[in-house]
Design a protein around this ligand. Sequence first.
Ligand code: ACO
Length: 332
Amino acid sequence: MHDSFPTTARIAGLGCYLPERVLSNHDLERMVDTSDEWITTRTGIKERHVVADDEGLVELVERAGHDAMADAGVEPGDVDLFILATATVEQPIPASSAIVQPRLGVTNAACFDLSAACSGFVYALNVARQFIATGEAKTVLVVGAECLTRYTNWTDRATCVLFGDGAGAVVLEPAEAGDGILQIDWETDGSYADLISMPGGGCRVPPHSREAIDQGLPFIQMRGNETFKVAVRALADISQRVLDSAGVTVDDIDLFIPHQANIRIINAVGSRLGLNGDKVFTNVDRVGNTSAASIPLAMCDAIEQGRMKRGDLVLLTAFGGGLTCGSALVRY
Ligand code: ACO
């Protein structure tokens, strides 16, 4: 991590989209051997949004991206870099960012996908900030979007109750030091790569192979209990490191927006950091785990509920498959 930059990046606009279809815990009770009571007490999730049959990733990205550009007051043609953080691509080739580029109208932007699972949005913020700080880009569109329900094994009760679909987007522009992204950090520990994975569907086990289909490999798998423990430690550690590097304490921050995977993880991280409950934002109850879309979706909800406003000091921290971890301290 670098200590200071001549300029940094500020969030000039924010946009979000959730598919209309809602899947409740009671709906899931009719699909697998589970209960609203189990899901609520173990995860905090009550419902999640699911794409319609004729929707894919690009529809979600398009809606959130347009909203963010409108909120920032920028024209699509002004965007010179577009980063799409996702683990659930529209198709393997070409990049989903390229597929959605014409729909967004960001035709002057270089586009690429970024794969860091649930940390994807924070990773993309870090990449965007670097391009802005060096002057390589002036207007960057960052979208975190997931269509996780298309990669979910609907017969596996341990995972199918967790995930939801959605997209959140920000437009980043240059800012003076003291505004926007004040401090950011990221890390990866590939020794935990098998905790959250989709072992089939890539070149090792091609999606059309008999092995992939028979063993149900092209679906998300998770060793939830082990992931839980690593997640709490990693989220708290990287959050504290970012606060320390910025020379601030938890008392200085207005709102903590962690990745929304599980209310018990969020509460455990909040108490490790010594944060009051009212400074910890959660919306996992109504969206579930939306991976790379989780943090920008929570930011939209926080604004709508009057919990986050311009000038607030906000800590965004994510954790996900990889294992990846990222945290950003932002003057919104
Ligand atoms: N309904 C009812 N029972 C269930 C369900 C279900 N949906 N799922 C599992 N169970 C059962 C298990 O079979 C087990 O039964 P047993 O004791 O008879 O064997 C029991 O419940 C306990 O299972 P655990 O897996 O130990 O439950 P746990 O309390 O750990 O909760 C959970 C599971 C919610 C997955 C939790 O471990 C978790 O949230 N983990 C972290 C997830 C996470 O943070 N992911 C981050 C990134 S995701 C990404 O990157 C895409």
